[in-house]
Design a protein around this ligand. Structure first.
Ligand SMILES: *[C@@H]1O[C@H](CO)[C@@H](O)[C@H](O)[C@H]1NC(C)=O
Ligand SMILES: *[C@@H]1O[C@H](CO)[C@@H](O)[C@H](O)[C@H]1NC(C)=O
Length: 269
């Protein structure tokens, strides 16, 4: 029989174990990934996203999703959409990091760089007018055409799906979500395939200014509002590009001076 002391020890160890697993890490822990079977891995953080899978596991169906998706806007009749192809150069106030490599890091995220423009990530932007917003960027040389959109996935350690302090999203390969849409739990992604962990996604998060060739990001919150959005390079072992509402807060939470970066469209060679 368990003595009270043994029970207390067991409880204390369990509490310690759960406390340490809550430790703030930008990406899933390696041991989580090692045990993950892509797309079938189940954990408290990644409950099955479809009712079919939930029923198979004896779980109740998901509550009906209440999302507010803006009605499609009337198309300006005179302006034909233009297609722009870009390689993406990444710079900070200190200079240029290089071009985004077309492949993903071990978490299925963009954030590897290369000096040569040739062979780097190439995206297509469809836009009409001048500075266009809520654009999709489609990767034409994605490592896996199942997730062709260069989009955002809410980060695991985010405190909310809304951008404010300590919320962030990885940039990876995702499926399409409607323009102006809040984060949706639809679709697989390069991140889910690599880590076995699901994350809500947004694809139409880009703004492109043909005059300056600048590409900037705009996350949409769950209430449809458009918070301040910054792109940050997480250049440690994560080798990842993320977007966040607060660069300072991400630097503080993860204890590293990750630089804010900007994206520039460079016409492919
Ligand atoms: C892109 O990244 C991959 C994976 O790290 C690497 O093998 C490849 O050499 C990189 N491409 C270039 C042109 O640097
Ligand atoms: C620029 O370089 C300095 C010196 O290496 C470094 O301390 C600083 O964090 C860098 N800033 C950015 C935005 O990369």
């Amino acid at each position: 029989m368990f003595s009270l002391r043994t029970l207390i020890t067991v409880l204390a160890v369990a509490a310690l174990g759960s406390a340490s697993s809550i430790g703030r890490s930008l990406n899933p822990a390696p041991e989580d990934i090692a045990h993950a079977t892509p797309r079938e891995h189940i954990s408290a953080r990644s409950m099955p996203a479809t009712n079919a899978r939930r029923f198979a596991l004896g779980l109740p169906p998901l509550a009906p999703r209440r999302t507010r998706v803006r009605a499609p806007r009337a198309q300006p009749s005179a302006v034909a959409p233009t297609q722009t192809s870009c390689n993406i150069a990444v710079m900070s106030s200190n200079g240029t990091f290089g071009f985004i490599n077309a492949t993903w890091n071990g978490f299925g995220e963009y954030g590897l760089f290369q000096a040569e423009q040739a062979g780097s990530l190439e995206v297509t932007i469809s836009s009409s007018g001048t500075t266009a917003s809520e654009l999709d960027l489609t990767a034409t040389n994605s490592p896996d055409g199942t997730y062709p959109y260069f989009g955002a996935l809410l980060g695991l350690a985010s405190t909310s799906s809304d951008f404010g302090p300590a919320s962030y999203a990885y940039l990876g390969g995702i499926t399409q979500t409607p323009a102006g849409s809040p984060p949706l739990s639809t679709g697989d992604s390069s991140f889910t395939a690599a880590t076995g962990t699901s994350a809500v996604i947004e694809s139409a998060i880009w703004r492109y200014d043909p005059a300056t060739q600048s590409i900037s990001a705009q996350w949409i919150n769950t209430d449809g509002s458009a918070p301040a959005t910054h792109i940050v390079y997480v250049g440690d072992s994560n080798q990842a590009l993320i977007i966040t509402g607060s660069v300072e807060s991400v630097q503080n939470v993860f204890g590293s001076p990750y630089p804010e970066v900007t994206f520039m469209c460079v016409p492919p060679l």
